[in-house]
Design a protein around this ligand. Structure first.
Ligand SMILES: [Zn+2]
Length: 193
């Protein structure tokens, strides 16, 4: 096709030079795809951090909007969404879902720092850190705290991570599903973008 075009335009094509350039181009394309693949993986782990950190805010939002007796009963993260199970007896109303989303997005918009401290499990629990119901923890745990600008604690959980260091990295939080999974246990699926 190149030769045809060249003939039409009365230009002589150097096939050998063309081949060399073509090989160079192929090599560049391969390198570019390898980079895309690598950054794709990096994005996945970045997304996991964002979604997981969002579960900390969701946990606290549910306690604020629905009931302070809410405890995490399980969590699962894929690159597409977070999944969070908790004790609550009924489906959330649209109003409640909106309030939870607003509470989380407000904390994201406020660009709050998250910091990690290591401490004995008793001290962590006494400091008000949330723990997953029924989960066995080691004697020394990592506690992740999100604080407001006035130092007030927004969220504190015993956790192993991974997390972002500031809530502004999360993006906009949205609940996409609320379903029952067992008697008295609800499951929320949510995304950040
Ligand atoms: Zn965590």
């Amino acid at each position: 096709m190149i030769e045809e075009l060249a003939k039409e335009n009365k230009v002589k094509v150097d096939n050998k030079q063309f081949e060399i350039e073509f090989k160079k181009h192929q090599e560049l394309s391969r390198t570019a795809s390898a980079d895309i693949f690598k950054s794709g993986l990096a994005d996945n782990s970045e997304m996991t951090k964002r979604l997981h950190t969002a579960t900390h805010l969701l946990n606290e939002a549910l306690r604020k909007v629905l009931s302070k007796d809410i405890k995490q009963r399980g969590s699962n993260i894929t690159p597409e969404r977070l999944r969070f199970d908790f004790n609550f007896p009924r489906k959330l109303t649209e109003e409640e879902i909106k309030k939870v989303e607003e509470w989380v997005n407000d904390k994201i918009n406020k660009a709050l720092d998250m910091k990690r401290d290591e401490m004995p499990i008793e001290k962590a629990l006494n400091s008000g850190a949330q723990a997953e119901f029924g989960h066995k923890y080691p004697s020394v745990v990592s506690v992740y705290t999100i604080s407001a600008k006035n130092k007030e604690i927004v969220s504190r959980e015993i956790c192993t991570g991974p997390h972002v260091s500031n809530t502004k990295e999360l993006g906009k939080f949205k609940i996409v599903k609320d379903e029952g999974v067992a008697a008295g246990i609800r499951r929320i699926k949510a995304i950040v973008k």
